[in-house]
Ligand binder design. Structure first.
Ligand SMILES: Nc1ncnc2c1ncn2[C@@H]1O[C@H](COP(=O)(O)OP(=O)(O)OP(=O)(O)O)[C@@H](O)[C@H]1O
Ligand SMILES: [Mg+2]
Length: 257
């Protein structure tokens, strides 16, 4: 299967207070078209850093990211020109993708204006439809981010990302900090987006979510992929003790049938 997005030999080293943190070390990653690929691992294992590299927000110390056969990096810039809209990221903290001083509807309409139409009235209409599809009512859409629930905020930031009509969505812990029912709403939504042909990179330390949504999984420990494979295979027969430990920590975990 052809790769839509690919990382080759990606490393990220941070320098902090004279120390070096090797957040990501020589990682190869592949997202085939129309698939959902998960990245799992303990806190601090490098998942968000890799997600930022894939979305072009973080320039790797070494290695490269290739989108549809093209290196995303030109000089110090990434996803230039027509590639700019193709890959959108939903952040671990939805506050980072939503302007706190902007009503949700305006924030999403702004995205539509930027990417789809110059007609303000039409942009508002499209934004409202998009938010409705995410399960956010017109009343909630008129609120500021701080007066939404965590789950609504996360769904609003997915709506904001979708205004660019991306080919790839990179979602970093989209279900963290929300309760079970908000989680299932968001998961349902991802299911619909996948059916629509969106390819997704899903970063999560919640293996229940990963198991439910992904086709393929990379398991990350201390910046390294220790294991990867088809989701079913990873959950049925994890090869590495680290993966076994992660899987056995799923609440209510039962061995696969
Ligand atoms: N800007 C930065 N400067 C210095 N160190 C950083 C920076 N960003 C991340 N790190 C370090 O890199 C490592 C990986 O962090 P990262 O945020 O990628 O982990 P994560 O797997 O997403 O964790 P979590 O599950 O808690 O979100 C950590 O040791 C972190 O402290
Ligand atoms: Mg993270």
């Amino acid at each position: 299967m052809s790769a839509l997005l690919e990382a080759k030999g990606v490393s990220v080293t941070f320098k902090a207070y004279g120390d070096e943190v090797k957040a990501v070390q020589n990682v190869d990653f592949l997202l085939p078209k129309g698939k959902v690929v998960g990245i799992v691992g303990e806190s601090g294992s490098g998942k968000s850093t890799l997600a930022r590299v894939l979305s072009g927000l973080q320039i790797p110390t070494a290695g490269e990211v290739i989108y549809m056969g093209r290196n995303i990096q030109e000089g110090k810039q990434t996803y230039k020109g027509d590639l700019r809209k193709a890959v959108q990221m939903v952040f671990q903290d939805p506050y980072s993708s939503l302007n706190p001083r902007m009503r949700i509807l305006n924030a999403v309409a702004e995205g539509v204006l930027q990417h789809q139409t110059k007609d303000k009235e039409k942009a508002r209409e499209i934004a409202l439809q998009l938010l409705k599809r995410m399960g956010i009512s017109e009343i909630d859409a008129s609120k500021y981010p701080f007066s939404l629930s965590g789950g609504q905020r996360q769904r609003a930031s997915v709506a904001r990302a979708l205004t660019a009509q991306p080919k790839i969505l990179i979602a970093d812990e989209p279900t963290s900090a929300i309760d079970q029912s908000a989680q299932s709403q968001l998961l349902e939504l991802f299911g619909e987006l996948i059916n629509d042909g969106l390819s997704i990179v899903l970063v999560s330390h919640d293996l229940g979510v990963i198991r439910y949504l992904t086709d393929y999984v990379y398991v990350m420990e201390n910046g390294i992929f220790v294991e990867s494979g088809e989701t079913k295979q990873i959950f049925d027969k994890p090869a590495m003790p680290y993966t076994q430990k992660l899987i056995s920590s799923i609440p209510g975990h039962k061995k696969a049938k």
